[in-house]
Design a protein around this ligand. Structure first.
Ligand SMILES: Cc1cc2nc3c(=O)[nH]c(=O)nc-3n(C[C@H](O)[C@H](O)[C@H](O)COP(=O)(O)OP(=O)(O)OC[C@H]3O[C@@H](n4cnc5c(N)ncnc54)[C@H](O)[C@@H]3O)c2cc1C
Ligand code: FES
Length: 260
């Protein structure tokens, strides 16, 4: 798969509330190749922010011309991206990373927490198109949700909120238990404590699980080793138990990645 460095045009943007922004970029070369779970590196124009910001591909349009991103404004980089206007350009490198595997069970369970929720839309739609019976559990802080109605077009959606304002009060794991969900494959993306819980759940049920680790990154292209994590298997070439999340990931077989 060829990475493309392109100057993409902002074609649409929407404030989803609660500090969450949606951005659509015209980037046909990247959109044509993208698979769920991949991300892009978005470059800022302010020279003081040289490192790109990694953001997951939330979706692509039907003609595979445009990329959709949904992100939380947390610092200067994401605020600059959110301030972009329609017809302005953004430098993008992508698609990056591996994405979720193509072969999944007939009853996949997708789990997203916080800023790990956006890539679940692309994955849910692709699995629904393959005829899978998809369930999704989404974890939010409170009733400021996003993408829920759209996900419901492709899957049975269950919510967990920290404050109990919607769905199950507690974590996504509490929601899985409370709703008695049955599944034969798990795809997850979210904060590390959530991923650890999903890994334990998958082990206890002997179910395959694939976790997307959205840890901090620097170069995003495998050059700086700023994103390494530990793996169960040693690399055949270097004989070390390390792997780069940006290139070998961000999606890993839960059994092979050591996240505690
Ligand atoms: C593969 C990948 C995919 C991602 N996809 C998305 C996405 O679809 N939507 C989205 O909202 N965010 C996503 N992120 C996180 C996003 O890249 C960061 O929030 C962003 O780079 C922050 O840049 P900034 O300049 O605004 O903030 P900074 O000034 O760099 O940081 C501001 C604050 O955000 C925290 N922060 C920075 N990066 C992360 C991170 N990766 N995880 C948690 N906290 C972080 C910092 O600790 C700090 O407190 C993804 C990250 C990775 C590695
Ligand atoms: S971010 Fe530089 S090697 Fe992964």
């Amino acid at each position: 798969m060829e990475k493309q460095y392109t100057s993409a045009i902002v074609v649409d943007k929407r404030d989803l509330g609660g500090g969450i922004m949606e951005l659509w970029l015209m980037a046909p070369d990247i959109a044509a190749q993208a698979v769920p779970g991949q991300f892009v590196a978005l470059y800022c124009t302010d020279g003081s922010r040289l490192l790109p910001r990694p953001i997951s591909i939330c979706d692509v349009d039907g003609e595979r011309q445009k990329l959709r991103f949904v992100f939380r404004m947390v610092g200067e980089g994401t605020k600059e991206l959110a301030a972009k206007r329609v017809f302005e350009s953004v430098s993008v490198l992508g698609p990056l990373g591996n994405g979720y595997p193509k072969e999944v069970g007939a009853y996949p369970l997708l789990v997203g927490g916080g800023i790990g929720i956006p890539p679940m839309l692309f994955l849910a739609r692709e699995l629904w198109q393959q005829g899978k019976k998809v369930s999704i559990v989404l974890g939010f802080r409170d009733a400021n949700t996003f993408l829920v109605e759209e996900m419901a077009e492709y899957a049975a959606v269950y919510l967990a909120t920290d404050d109990g304002s919607l769905g199950t009060k507690g974590t996504v794991l509490d929601a899985i238990k409370e709703n008695g969900l049955q599944f034969d494959w798990i795809g997850a993306c979210g904060p590390m404590p959530m991923l650890r819980g999903i890994k334990r759940l998958a082990q206890s049920k002997n179910t395959p699980a694939y976790l997307s680790l959205e840890e901090r990154m620097a170069c995003g292209i495998g050059a700086c080793l700023g994103c390494v994590c530990k793996t169960a298997k040693a690399d055949g070439h270097t004989h070390v138990h390390n792997t780069r999340i940006c290139t070998e990931g961000p999606v890993f077989d839960a059994q092979e990645v050591e996240i505690g």
